[in-house]
Design a protein. Structure first.
Length: 320
């Protein structure tokens, strides 16, 4: 017997960034589906999973749907277009990598494949849960033009292209969702003044554990919960956590997409790249060791600032 509310999707739908990991899929109790379940007073089949693609949802998650399902939420698509590999590559310093080819590949998938994949998944959801309300979400813009994290090196150009990708992804998800007769929730406006490095962040920058990087923090998951609850036709500003509900997790089978990792500044890619761009690889290695030291102090801070300065210098030369 299926539960009335089924939460499908990727790491955003699994509460990554909002609380502690509870399985291979994560499924934090602070994740937005749990808050939505409490607000609606509905028992929850918590299916979202770290690394999930549309194919993984079809393989591992839709089995929770049934004729008794009345509400379905879905956050998916970012992993299908390769969002995490883009973030991994764009986080590297300019002497280490050029992220544009990978971003181009992501746009190609977004423009040629995602629409059909998502439409197929929504058709499956409709067939398995014909009477359910379905709410599909997009993703927030991560950066408002600033990367203040110490060991990532996102350039203005890369942040601009990532923003363009998030916006185009939202347009595709919205169009497919409306064509399927489901409700579309767009979090971009709500998160507009709460991006990474804004005064009140609703998104994590580079974090520990690294899987939490570039995901909503607890305030961000609360914002998602309000938006999704409103998408179901309820008042999303008045969540009711006192409602007792049953939460049943689906199978803990991690999705196929990679998770974020910080640049390895001591790698061959980094040190060979430094040499090609006229930098002293031994100096880069010394700075990297100081910058990555767990004890934050004047030397660590100075090393991190020096690495950022070198990155800006290389970017300036490349743009000339």
């Amino acid at each position: 017997m299926s539960l009335p509310y089924v939460a499908l999707g990727d790491s955003y739908a699994a509460g990554v960034g909002g609380g502690a990991r509870r399985s291979e899929c994560w499924r934090a109790v602070e994740g937005y589906p749990v808050s939505v379940a409490h607000s609606l007073g509905l028992d929850l089949a918590y299916q979202g999973c770290l690394g999930a693609t549309i194919g993984n949802v079809e393989r591992d998650q839709v089995e929770a749907l049934g004729v008794e399902t009345t509400h379905v939420s879905l956050t998916i698509g970012g992993n299908d277009v390769g969002f995490t590999p883009v973030l991994i590559e764009a986080a590297k310093p300019s002497w280490m990598s050029d992220s544009d080819p990978l971003i181009d590949d992501a746009f190609a998938i977004l423009r040629t494949e995602l629409q059909e994949r998502l439409a197929g998944l929504l058709a499956t959801i409709s067939a398995r849960a014909p009477d359910a309300q379905v709410v599909v979400t997009a993703y927030p813009v991560l950066f408002n033009g600033e990367d203040c994290n110490a060991l990532t090196f996102f350039s203005p150009h890369e942040m601009g292209r990532i923003k363009e990708g998030v916006n185009e992804l939202a347009a595709v998800i919205g169009a497919v969702t409306r064509d399927a007769g489901a409700a579309f929730v767009d979090p971009r406006a709500a998160f507009a003044d709460h991006a990474i490095c804004d005064g009140e962040e609703w998104l994590n920058g580079a974090s520990w554990p690294p899987e939490e990087s570039f995901h909503p923090n607890p305030a961000g998951h609360a914002a998602y919960a309000r938006l999704v609850t409103t998408g179901f036709g309820e008042v999303g500003d008045e969540l009711k956590p006192e409602r007792d509900v049953r939460i049943v997790e689906g199978r803990a089978r991690r999705g196929d997409a990679p998770t974020f990792r910080l640049p390895d500044l001591l790698s061959r890619q980094s040190l060979d790249g430094a040499r090609r761009h006229g930098l002293d690889p031994d100096h880069i290695a010394d700075l990297a060791r100081q910058a990555e030291h767990p004890a934050i102090g004047p030397d660590t801070t100075a090393a991190r600032e020096a690495l950022q300065d070198l990155d800006r210098d290389v970017r300036t030369r490349l743009e000339e």
